[in-house]
Design a binder for this molecule. Structure first.
Ligand code: GLU
Length: 474
């Protein structure tokens, strides 16, 4: 019987959760969900200088926003240092690792010699079989692993295939520093083993680490987890991902108004595919996600695609749910504050009523909030330049007539009732519907684009609508 799958996401808390990390987390999470296993979270905070509490918070926050939930408490790698030391000492006792006493000057000389001989700098193993009684007094040793010297180490990777590393290139690397601090390479192995991790899914920049880590697994006689090194994300032009390309924190994507569902959908398609399917629900992804379908080549990040996909997800999201998402996101949107300040039961209901028209016209929540701004605008409305052009003398004359026609509608202020009234009025005037609708829209919203003008009338209500029109004609 095969073991229950345990994956892990292991970020270093030295900055925000960037987009590449988010994709790695997503793949781990999806694979765990796909196999009915679990995903654990380990904060790799061994680098005390660069790790911050704020970064950890940002990472947890970003994962939660994306809906990627981990099992149990996040594990601090730093807190496990004692256990890492224990394993290093066990390896020494079993003859699989050794104390090494070389000085910094000796290491420099070793590197220099290698350079002169045109070899890559490798530790020469001088303490590997040395007698500890020769140890210089007063020097605190490091612990080095005895790496194999002959043959090759093969990383059997589910994405990259079998990747061979000649053992002569894997020197006896340090697992415990002279101050007793475990190295990153060592800590990762001990943690993955102790956490029962069965599948390691991470960026392929860790592929060479995998070979070294295998040396530690073998030395301890531990099972090597399934490895899957996923290709990195590049910019749309194929170059390494930079800020300009989208190498931003997940929080920046929230602030740009992308839905978590759309970002997940976009990220899963970066390096993984299921036939030609582009738009996927969470259930689809969970059902379909197989590591074997991850591509070997680098994926390219494309803002235009993300935006288009976001528009699709917005339109697919039910109005009430989209409103909830919008309201939750308002504090993060640059243009969200005015709406957030004016949100009450009435405006909430107005927003919901306007949602079908608003979401048709918006590709992001920023655009959605922008489109909704007319609901919250205060009279007299600020009229933008384009809208001003719709409010010349001739148009004002039309508006006067339209206003009178609308006033005759008493109780029945629905989109269809206002539409019939305006149609009848336009016909009587011998005007095209647009010639009436455009100045109306300008007066009601201060803009030339908005949801359908009759929906706008309905959402604003009789009094507010007539007052906004009056502001422009009197
Ligand atoms: N902490 C590493 C990183 O953020 C990940 C290490 C791993 O997944 O093994 O790149």
């Amino acid at each position: 019987m095969s073991k229950t799958v345990v994956t892990r996401f292991a970020p270093s808390p030295t900055g925000y959760l960037h987009i590449g990390g988010a994709r790695t987390a997503l793949f781990n999470w999806l694979y765990a969900r796909h196999t009915k296993g679990t995903m654990l979270l380990r904060i790799e905070d061994t680098d005390r200088e660069r790790s911050t509490e704020a970064a950890t918070t940002a990472i947890l926050d970003g994962l939660s926003w994306l809906g990627l939930h981990w099992e149990g408490e996040p594990i601090s790698q730093f807190a496990r240092a004692e256990r890492h030391r224990e394993v290093a000492e066990e390896l020494v006792r079993n003859g699989k690792a050794y104390y090494a006493y070389e000085t910094a000057a000796e290491l420099d000389a070793m590197r220099e010699k290698a350079r002169a001989e045109g070899r890559p700098p490798r530790y020469d193993g001088r303490w590997r079989d040395a007698d500890v009684s020769e140890a210089p007094a007063g020097v605190k040793p490091v612990v080095r692993i005895k790496a194999p010297r002959e043959g090759e180490t093969i990383v059997r990777d589910r994405v990259q295939g079998d990747v061979k590393f000649p053992n002569k290139d894997l020197d006896d690397f340090i697992i415990l520093r002279s101050d007793g601090v475990p190295t990153y390479m060592h800590a990762v192995v001990v943690d993955d083993h102790d956490m029962g991790v069965t599948h390691i899914i991470r960026g392929d920049d860790h592929l060479t680490n995998a070979a070294r880590q295998q040396v530690i697994y073998d030395a301890m006689g531990w099972d090597i987890p399934v490895m899957a090194h996923i290709p990195l994300i590049h910019g749309a032009d194929g170059a390494k991902l930079s800020k300009r390309h989208g190498a931003l924190g997940v929080d920046a994507y929230r602030a740009m108004g992308y839905l978590p569902s759309a970002l997940r959908n976009y990220l899963v398609r970066l390096g993984w595919s299921h036939g030609d399917d582009e738009v996927m629900s969470l259930d689809d992804m969970i059902r379909w996600f197989e590591i074997e379908d991850v591509n070997k080549g680098a994926a390219r990040f494309d803002f235009a695609k993300l935006e288009a996909l976001n528009g699709v997800h917005m339109r697919q999201t039910d109005d009430a749910e989209l409103l909830d998402i919008l309201i939750r996101t308002l504090p993060y949107l640059e243009n969200g504050k005015t709406i957030a300040d004016k949100l009450d039961e009435r405006t909430r209901a107005q927003l919901l009523a306007a949602m079908p028209g608003l979401k048709e016209r918006a590709k992001t929540l920023v655009e959605l909030a922008d489109g909704a701004a007319f609901l919250f605008a205060e009279r007299p409305l600020a009229i933008d330049e384009k809208a001003k052009a719709q409010l010349g003398e001739q148009q004002k004359e039309i508006l006067r007539g339209a206003s009178a026609a609308l006033k005759e509608l008493d109780g029945d202020w629905t989109a269809s009732a206002t539409e019939s009234a305006i149609r009848v009025f336009a016909e009587e005037k011998g005007a095209k519907l647009g010639a009436v609708a455009q100045p109306l829209r300008a007066a009601l919203t201060g803009r030339t684009t908005s949801p359908g003008v009759f929906d706008v009338l309905a959402v604003l209500g009789r009094d507010e609508s007539l007052a906004r029109i009056a502001d422009q004609i009197d």
